[in-house]
Design a protein around this ligand. Sequence first.
Ligand SMILES: C=C(O[C@H]1C=CC=C(C(=O)O)[C@@H]1O)C(=O)O
Length: 426
Amino acid sequence: MSSQITDVARGAASPLVVRTVELELPADAPLVDLVPEDHPVTWLRRGDGLVGCGVAARLRTSGADRFAEADAWWRELTERAIVRSDVDEPGSGLVAFGTFAFSDDSAEESTLVVPEVILGRRGERAWLTTVSSRGGLDMLDRRLELATTPPAPVGVTFADGALDGEQWMGRVADAVARITAGELEKVVLARDLVATAEEPVDVRWPLRRLAELYPTCWTFHVDGMFGATPELLVRRERGLVTSRVLAGTIRRTGDDARDLHLAARLARSSKDLEEHEYAVRSVAEALEPHCSSMNVPEAPFVLHLPNVMHLASDVAGVVHDSRTVSSLDLVAALHPSAAVGGTPTATATRLIAELEGMDRGRYAGPVGWMDADGDGEWGIALRSASVEGRTVRLFAGCGIVADSDPEAELAETQGKFVPVRDALTR
Ligand SMILES: C=C(O[C@H]1C=CC=C(C(=O)O)[C@@H]1O)C(=O)O
């Protein structure tokens, strides 16, 4: 991190100068192919979204106040910025990308970053934003022409992370015992895998693979944390709030007829419906104080992904006042939902720290973007990994309830490792 970037955070440097212009982009040009190697960021779904590069300003923070500190930093930055935008879409003008640690006690830092160049696309419309912390806009947009094709990772091998499969199943059995004893109702337990390549991994390679293979998921990358998540923690677009809640999973077989049968079984499974209900309730309860009206579906639908199927509910609401309740405020209220923590939340997060034997880092934490109007989209960093040089740490977790079977949960984590695993090796 350069001192200039820190100065921007303290308000000592010149204000950010931001310019957004409309852009003609060929409909068949995938945004992910246009990202240069320099600090790439992405948030993509079905070809739409935002990509960026460079660092105009950055905040690193940690601890229980990480959301409040990020909010204060962003308010100061947006108040001082000089913005001229020809586009009035969420995600135009000044935008920050963020990735937050799961736990208040994590040793890993949370990051907000304002890229120097951002490309956005929404349906027919595309735009380019340039951000300068030096007062002028130079020729930053030229950088997009320099995007090179990333090399495939070489010689990737995988090893167990903190626990091997047997040990992890033991922890699941411990969690079931604690649930049966009445200590809590649900806890989400995760495990990690460590991949090592022969050369430093260019994250743009797995990003391209994920965006192509998981178009209905949100393909994200911020500061080394990447993946393709099917779960949207919250989207705030003007006054409207939406959240896609997932919990309850079954692996796909690849045989369509059999998968349909399994989908029907998932929709009737009392164990999965219970797991799902806790997650929906936690989201509805967290959003309720901020919304004047809300729609919480009575029953979930089955979301089909290439590797797994999930029980899913789309919760929607209207915020009381979009001038005072930003997407980041909603993130702070929602995290951690019972899709990644458990019920009750405090007991579950204590048990996670006790049983998992690892620091989750930014896995299962909020990841996404926000703009100066308070709009934004934040996913939960699932089907994800953190990359540093030649090392990639993959994560997967499962909701544990009284009826959970350790062996079935281990198999579920294997299904959830598939997206990142395949993106590194194929
Ligand atoms: C914690 C994860 O998934 C969550 C989201 C969907 C389904 C889940 C489940 O069925 O256990 C989990 O709650 C993960 O992918 O690492």
